[in-house]
Design a protein around this ligand. Sequence first.
Ligand code: ADP
Length: 418
Amino acid sequence: MIPARINLPVRILELMRNLSSINELELYLHSILSVAAESTNSASASLLEYDEVTKDFYFKSMLWFQGDQVRSAHVPVQGSVAGAVFLYNKPVAIDDVSKDNRHYKKIDELAGFVTKSILGVPVVYNEKTVAVLEVFNKKEKYTEEDIFIVEVLASLAGAALHNETLEKKIQATQEEARELEQLKNEFIAIASHELRTPLGLILGHATFLKELINSPDYEEQIDTIIRNATRLKEIIENLTRVDNYETGSALLHSTKASVSRIIEDVAISFNDMAKKKNITLKTETPPGQDLLVDIDGTKIAIVLSNILKNAIAFTNENGLVIMRAEQHPDYIKVSVQDNGIGIPAKDINHIFDRFYQVESHLTRKHGGMGLGLSVSKVMIEMHGGRIWAESEEGTGSVFSFLLPVRKTQPLPQTPFKS
Ligand code: ADP
């Protein structure tokens, strides 16, 4: 026993070192109990954890008990040393338990053990007693030094128990997040499916009515219905696009397509929107080059439209938006540059997240649901490409993406300035 005392600082340091990397809590607590028993010359030791539900103690760890009777036994707060320690939050040392009715004798009967003396100290974490560490049957009396040693070990046990509680909470939260994610996906899938049919009917009938009435008196009202129903349809399509990709059901229909051509087509479709704000919309593609690559042209056009729509929406009147494309040996780089309001540095890493918008939803001046960029990211990544944004608040933004020429070719990792 004496050599164990001599090694005590080393063993405590070892326990402290291992605290941050406990793989098996049971083994760790067992080591604490071994050190507690050896260093106080005690015959044994145990750790009783307080159960918030049953309002009594159970054996979290023990040195010598065998058999499940003791493992599953509960110790009451009233009429036990553990209870006295717990209630007064102070160490209790009893040199002769036969003369003290605080000892709970049932455990001795179950374990076939004769307890003669006990030292119990509270295991405290965040100012709350969560368990009691006990050592038993020292030949001599328990001393102040024994109390100090067991208190140090109890604080390590407290930290280990706290880690376990945190670990359980993290796991429960992750599980909850997974369930919520699944619920959200199911909700999106069901809601968009259910909305699509009535919306299709509204659009179809409104178009039919427009042709039927063919009168300038009602044109504005019917156009408003058609425009807004079309907008709703776009929102639903965006929702299902991200969802399809995440559930793995989205497919690429790749053919050789000209990126230069897609850029020109998308630019033409946004000419009116740009003109309304007197924004100059330019395209810069290498002259005489089609920039042919195997892509799903429809999806790349959607990506470019989402980016260009934002560039025009977030650029003030008389601004400038330039769409560029460049051929590199392994990839084609496309970028959209604007001299608009820019994006604050704190938001730039989030704008590709689903439903993320820089302005608060309540105060924002622009429409949208924060889906356009997440859809775009999904689509570019389906192509094995990469998309990113660079921006300076008040100066403007550049959104760029790379499309690999060969699917197996790794793309450069660091975004480079346009
Ligand atoms: P939304 O359809 O709501 O605009 P997006 O996913 O397309 O959603 O964009 C997310 C957010 O990123 C936008 O709400 C906007 O705050 C910001 N953003 C995107 N493009 C630009 C841009 N060119 N300039 C400034 N902010 C932008």
